[in-house]
Write a protein that binds this ligand. Structure first.
Ligand code: IPD
Ligand code: CA
Ligand code: CA
Length: 262
């Protein structure tokens, strides 16, 4: 079953990514879910394709996906899908976006795939079996100081109205890290951390589909993924701190605030 799930995920994610790439720059209708949170025709087309394939291959499985109501089945198996991570980028023709598919068994993500169709980069991981980029093993970086680290983050869609909008953490890390990138795709931020392009990543107010596949990919690449305080990470927990492990404690200190200098 796991083999069939892996095969279905990989075939489907490549097709969905291809569809997004083909339609880049052509997205006609943009609908706003909030002041700055949007959904395009491409999000829905990608989601329809993925859901169709999963339902065909595994009619009994649950499906949690961003743009449709959750399909809840009496099943230990659940698919967690972001049909387009980086929608804002996509809608502007900024070519940094991906598709993310994770497969959960009894509440644990056991397989994850993230596909960037622009670079034709497929990141995958299976629990206990390592992480791969286009079939080659990937590892986190060996950077062990914050001031040599390239970090990534993102900002929540409610940043205009909520006080906990990540600006404080962003300022604090700006003074500690070598540099910070806000590239606009949480799933790719995690995969870039897994492959050593970034040394660490933090973000708040995330949803399961943003992180389910990417967090497993970081762990399987030898990195560490926790909540901001260092406690266990949950894909349902909304907060994610991921790193190469070596700078993790330093990042926790910065996230704790100015009293505990890193
Ligand atoms: C968003 C992106 C962004 C992150 C947001 C996510 P979406 O996902 O991953 O980088 O900062 O938290 O919601 O809306 O493009 O699928
Ligand atoms: Ca997302
Ligand atoms: Ca999305």
């Amino acid at each position: 079953m796991r083999d069939k799930a892996r095969k279905t995920a990989i075939e489907t994610i490549r097709r969905a990514g291809g569809l997004l790439k083909e339609n880049l720059g052509r997205s006609r209708s943009v609908e706003f879910k909030g002041a700055i949170d949007l959904v395009t025709e491409a999000d829905r087309a990608s989601e329809d394709l993925i859901m169709g394939e999963i339902r065909k291959a595994f009619p009994g499985h649950g499906i949690l996906t961003e743009e449709s109501p959750e399909v809840v089945k009496d099943s230990p198996f659940k698919w967690i899908i972001d049909p387009l991570d980086g929608t804002t980028n996509y809608s502007h023709g900024f070519p940094f976006f991906c598709v993310s598919i994770a497969f959960e068994e009894e509440g644990t993500v056991v397989f994850g795939a993230v596909y960037d169709p622009m670079l034709d980069e497929l990141f995958t991981a299976e629990r206990g079996r390592g992480a791969l980029l286009n079939g080659e093993v990937i590892k986190v970086s060996s950077t062990d100081s914050l001031d040599r680290s390239l970090l990534a983050t993102g900002f929540p869609y409610d940043l205009r109205v909520a006080d906990d909008n990540n600006f404080d953490h962003f300022s604090a890390f700006s003074l500690k890290a070598q540099a910070i990138r806000r590239a606009g795709s949480a799933a790719l931020d995690l995969c870039y951390t897994a492959s050593g392009r970034f040394d660490g990543y933090w973000e708040m107010k995330l949803r399961p589909w943003d992180v389910a596949a990417g967090a497993l990919i970081v762990e399987e690449a030898g990195g560490r993924v926790t909540g901001f305080g260092g406690g266990p990470f949950s894909v349902y927990g909304r907060e994610c701190l991921a790193s190469n492990g070596l700078i993790h404690e330093r990042m926790i200190k910065v996230l704790k605030g100015p009293d505990r200098d890193a």
